[in-house]
Design a protein around this ligand. Structure first.
Ligand code: BT5
Length: 283
């Protein structure tokens, strides 16, 4: 195994010379260990005394001691094996459009994975990046969006992305949905630097398109494994689950679920975890 790739250092200098972006990731902070890149970026935005971090600011860590998933869940990854980073956006969009950021990040992650590894990547609503095919999907990454609301606008949003790059099988964390890494799926170590550079370049271009009013929804929708499937979904773990058939998504990425009584439910991205494929009834 090419140990050089496995231990490839992600330094500010290496990142800056690999990047092909105009502004995304150009302001860059790299840490060996942090509790959570999302939390650190949030603190930078909140502190703001010595000037606000600019849009596009990247915070990346080799290891997170308290990496976060949604709904107080944890994101676990051994040091140096993964891409663990957060990006600051200042979209000034209406709040419901925040979901576009999650969609664009998920899309960019699948595109970067395909470009750098040749693997086919897909998405599980609302925020999981998957490898493999039915019924053996595996989760290779996740996205956590945290935003600040002001007078019906979204002045800042923090997009956290975790991708399992070079974890070996015995390094995979215990997880609700079966996990994998790019190394395991492709059989080869993958350059975290090249993957990061491609992902940021794709994400910048999706963001620029969104600023011109182009929705990421059609391209994102095309990668969703969740469509046309029977699933169990819950708005919150404490809520009784809804069962039904997924009929589609709307332009904000909300899920249209038809229950067995024929009622249509609109589930908002970010509030819902899907029990997929635990309850998949493939016909
Ligand atoms: C997510 O949450 O998938 C969003 C993960 C976002 C992580 C990034 S890392 C950089 C940034 N800084 C942070 O602090 N977070 C972001 P969710 O859909 O809630 O999934 C969390 C669940 O995934 C956990 O409860 C586990 O079951 C599982 N899990 C944890 N670590 C995993 C891993 N490395 N690979 C696959 N699954 C994992």
């Amino acid at each position: 195994m090419a140990a050089g790739w496995m231990n490839e250092p992600l330094t500010i200098e290496a990142i800056q010379s690999a990047l092909a972006t105009q502004w995304l990731g150009r302001s860059c902070h790299v840490y060996d260990t942090l509790p959570s890149t999302n939390e650190t970026l949030k603190e930078m935005v909140a502190a703001g005394n010595s000037g606000q971090p600019p849009a596009g600011t990247l915070v990346l860590a080799n290891y997170q001691s308290a990496g976060k998933g949604r709904l107080n869940r944890h994101w676990q990854a051994p040091a140096g094996t993964s891409l663990l980073f957060s990006l600051l956006f200042r979209p000034d969009w209406p709040p419901q459009q925040a979901t576009w950021l999650t969609m664009m990040a998920a899309l960019a992650a699948t595109e970067a994975i395909e470009a750098e590894t040749g693997l086919t990547a897909s998405l599980k609503w609302p925020n999981d990046v998957l490898l493999g095919s039915a019924p053996n999907w595996r989760k290779v990454g996740g996205i956590l969006l945290e935003g600040e609301l002001a007078e019906d606008r979204l002045p800042s949003a923090i997009l956290g992305i975790g991708l399992n790059v070079n974890l070996t099988a015995d390094q995979l964390p215990p997880a609700a949905f079966p996990p994998t890494s790019l190394l395991i799926a492709s059989g080869r170590p993958v350059s975290r630097l090249a993957l990061l550079a491609t992902l940021l370049q794709r994400l910048e271009s999706h963001y620029e398109a969104a600023q011109q009013g182009h929705s990421p929804q059609p391209a994102w929708n095309a990668r969703l494994i969740t469509l046309g499937r029977r699933v169990t979904a819950s708005q919150h773990p404490a809520d009784p689950p809804l069962e039904g058939m997924v009929e589609g998504t709307d332009e904000w990425g909300h899920l249209l679920l038809r229950d067995d009584d024929g009622r249509l439910h609109l589930l908002a991205a970010g509030d819902v975890s899907l029990q997929v494929p635990l309850k998949l009834l493939e016909s």
